[in-house]
Design a binder for this molecule. Structure first.
Ligand SMILES: [Zn+2]
Length: 255
């Protein structure tokens, strides 16, 4: 059986209790976990596991191959052991801010340039995104940066939920999500939406329903995000690079 991914529902949860299901080398599978595994351009979480006898392990790597595998820095606990897990929150929260900023950047690139995102990679203190476009000038980067900061200042709500694959395929914008690239085994798709209205202007809908307004952005994503765009902080588009004949890389940092 597969670990319950606690990180998909409550992205702000830092600690959890779990049982070791199996051990393979230095890697353990837990029945539930808050540790995000590397994927979708977002690096894995780090943190600690502790058992009831007070033994402690650092979680040094997290990958997902069916199960979520936690690499530990010492002899792992035995199957059946009860453990408490804690993720390094500063690292995770930085990833959440950068990941949500990446969604804004992808949406702004479509809004202004009809440029589809082809790849992205984020870190704790910088990120880059590749898109299908000939060549950006500094004036383009300034325009993109200004629009992203406007969306941040508007503190737009961000929400996520699961949807049947069929409903997702029928309703997702193909320019935002390459749903045909998802393996056939995936029957449920996680949707992430950035609201069309700010949190302030539509206070009743916060955290429940964005309302009748169409979302600003709606895409399939299994990463972790902040609850509203205001948490992103100010965006600094630091540069661009060519990635080939019709592909550009945009680099940004958050302050
Ligand atoms: Zn995402």
């Amino acid at each position: 059986m597969s670990s319950e991914p606690l990180y998909l529902e409550d992205t702000t949860r830092r600690t959890f209790e779990a049982t070791v299901e199996s051990v393979a080398g230095d890697r353990v599978v837990l029945d539930r976990t808050c540790f995000y595994p590397t994927g979708g351009g977002q690096p894995h979480d780090t943190g600690r596991l502790r058992d009831e006898a007070g033994r402690e392990w650092h979680v040094t790597d997290v990958t997902k191959k069916g199960d979520v595998l936690h690499a530990l820095d010492g002899d792992p606990p035995d199957p059946g052991a009860a453990v408490t897990g804690e993720i390094d929150w500063e690292r995770r929260y930085a990833h959440m801010r950068y990941h949500t900023a990446q969604h804004l950047l992808s949406a702004v690139l479509l809004e202004f340039y009809d440029a589809e995102t082809t790849g992205n990679q984020l870190y704790e203190n910088h990120a880059h995104l590749d898109c299908a476009y000939e060549r950006f000038e500094r004036s383009d980067l300034d325009r993109i940066e200004a629009r992203m900061n406007e969306l941040v200042e508007e503190t737009r709500p961000v929400r996520w939920y699961a949807l049947d694959r069929e409903a997702a395929e029928a309703s997702l914008d193909p320019a935002r999500t390459r749903i045909h690239l998802l393996p056939d085994s995936i029957t449920e798709v996680r949707i992430v939406e950035v609201g069309g209205a700010s949190v302030d202007s539509d206070a009743e809908s916060v955290g429940v329903d964005i309302g009748a307004d169409a979302p600003f952005d709606r895409t399939a994503c299994a990463g972790t995000h902040v609850a509203d765009t205001g948490e992103i902080g100010s965006v600094d588009v630091t540069g661009r690079r060519t990635q080939g004949s019709a592909e550009e890389r945009i680099e940004f940092v958050l302050r």
